[in-house]
Structure formats: C-alpha cells, structure tokens
Design a protein. Structure first.
Length: 132
C-alpha cells in the first residue's frame, strides 16, 4: 500500500507499507520525505526482531576515477568530480556507518555497501547533496 502524507511544492511525504512473511518481520512501514534537505527515510518494522540494518550502495569507482569517501561516525560523505552525496544516520548521532569492504563490479564501475545497525524496530536516515 502507498499513502500520501503531504504533497506540496516544498515537501512531499508518503508511506509505503509492505505486509507478509519477511524473515520474522510481519510488516514494514517506510515513510519517505523529500524536501530541500534531501530524502529522509523512516523505517518501522513489526515482528520478531531485535535490530535492523540500513544499507547504502555507493559507487566507489566509475571506470575513470575513484570516489572520495569520508566517514565520520553517523555521516558518510562521497565525492566524485564536482558532485557529492551524504548518507546519514539521523536517528542517533552515536550510530557508526561502516563499509562492508566487499566490492562488486557492474557495468557502471565498482560499488560497495555502507551500512549501520540500530537496536529496536525503527530507524531514520537521510540522503542529501554534499559539497566539501
């Protein structure tokens, strides 16, 4: 199911609900908010779980240049040429984003996964533009 929460020129917010048997999870509610600060995602899971993990796929090499990657606890900044992106654990400033350190080649270059874990059934993270 998809439900629109807010729809205005400066901000859009909607909720997606997945239900079913998902490895101990009976329902996933994902609220996505898009505004000038970026894309903020709030995940809420129901079921028999004790922690959840957020994954962020990152382009580490585009076939010509390596991406500059800097992790500072709950923030990860990626920069390539004249553009950048930030992946941030919003819910808790104490959460540490980690790299999986396993690279995957694909047609656009090389990707790697960044992630963080949260105890409980709810997490919030943001993806936004970044300029060093």
């Amino acid at each position: 199911d998809i439900h629109t929460q807010k729809q205005q020129p400066e901000e859009v917010c909607f909720e997606i609900i997945f239900s079913g048997k998902l490895n101990g999870v009976s329902q996933v509610k994902q609220r996505i908010t898009i505004n000038k600060s970026g894309v903020t995602v709030n995940d809420h899971l129901e079921g028999d779980i004790e922690k959840i993990r957020a994954y962020y796929p990152m382009l580490v090499f585009d076939g010509e240049e390596k991406t500059t990657i800097a992790i500072d606890k709950n923030k990860q900044n990626l920069y390539l040429r004249d553009g950048g992106v930030r992946f941030e654990a919003v819910q808790s400033k104490k959460k540490e984003i980690k790299r999986a350190n396993k690279q995957h080649s694909f047609r656009n270059g090389v990707a790697e996964v960044a992630f963080f874990d949260v105890a409980g059934k709810e997490m919030t993270y943001r993806i936004s533009a970044y300029k060093p």
